[in-house]
Design a protein around this ligand. Structure first.
Ligand code: ATP
Length: 248
């Protein structure tokens, strides 16, 4: 469904993504694991196209030079130079790191804003689904985003992304800063979303433990390069992964 070939991203002369080749299958969950500054967010920005906006802004203000090389195809079409809005219309929807919900809008308003690409019927159906998979959000419909807990904000961010009718959902560190209980709950919800809706999911995390069991295939990033890949089982049994991510 999504194929990345020889991807390289440089911020000025520093390399953030170093020749990554990667495939994300339709209807499956793909994981990307790596430490701080391994390149996870850069990869998500590059797939969603946001990096091109950042690049343009930097060029306009005479700031740092961002270079993106390589190819990204989605459903067989080269999207490498497509604007983020065009990629969203094609079904690639990013749920960014640290949630970025609208703090002064209510939960329901946040969700409705996410549905700008949807028809009325789709929006209604998806809203019902969001409240099924995250029942807590229905009770918090009227509450301002800024007054939700970290976990509730993350549910809202994922719900809002679902409202945009994704074919592929990009989740950048969705568990960041959450309690172990909330991590487990969200990991289960993410697995359910994939099973029930068949939306393909690409998920990045620093700590693999809660997510590794729910992926179909995963990649380990180090210094911008994909150093290892395998199925959930293969990665869980790999001694290097065990010691780096499970402290074993
Ligand atoms: P984290 O878990 O801390 O979010 P990450 O894996 O998402 O890390 P990135 O944010 O993609 O990593 O960063 C990859 C590398 O690119 C890092 O060395 C980072 O310092 C650098 N980098 C990221 N954004 C910029 C930028 N706008 N300008 C310069 N360097 C950047």
């Amino acid at each position: 469904m999504l194929e990345i070939k020889n991807l390289m991203v440089f911020y000025e002369n520093a390399i953030a993504i170093n020749n990554i080749n990667m495939k994300c299958q339709g209807e499956k969950v793909t994981g990307v694991f790596g430490a701080n500054s391994a390149g996870k967010s850069t990869l998500m920005y590059t797939i969603s196209g946001i990096i091109l906006d950042v690049k343009k802004k930097e060029e306009m203000k005479g700031g740092e030079r961002i270079t993106v090389l390589g190819n990204i195809t989605f459903e067989g079409i080269d999207i490498s130079s497509m604007k983020p809005s065009e990629r969203a219309k094609k079904g690639i929807v990013l749920c960014p790191e640290r949630r970025r919900i609208f703090a002064e809008s209510s939960t329901l308003e946040n969700l409705k804003i996410g549905g700008y690409l949807a028809t009325k019927a789709q929006a209604k159906k998806t809203l019902d689904y969001v409240f099924t998979v995250f029942p807590a959000l229905e009770k918090l419909k009227g509450r301002e985003g800024g007054f939700l807990s970290g976990g509730e904000q993350q549910m809202l961010a994922i719900g809002r992304a679902l409202m945009a009718q994704p074919k592929m959902l990009l989740l950048d560190e969705p568990l960041l800063g959450l309690s172990p209980l909330m991590e487990a709950m969200l990991a289960r919800a993410i697995r359910d979303i994939n099973k029930q809706t068949k939306i393909a999911i690409l998920i990045s995390e620093q700590y693999a433990r809660p997510i590794l069991p729910i992926i179909h295939h995963g990649y380990i990033l180090e210094n911008g390069g994909a150093v290892l890949q395998g199925s959930s089982q293969e990665l869980m049994e790999n001694p290097d992964v065990k010691s780096a991510y499970f402290g074993l």
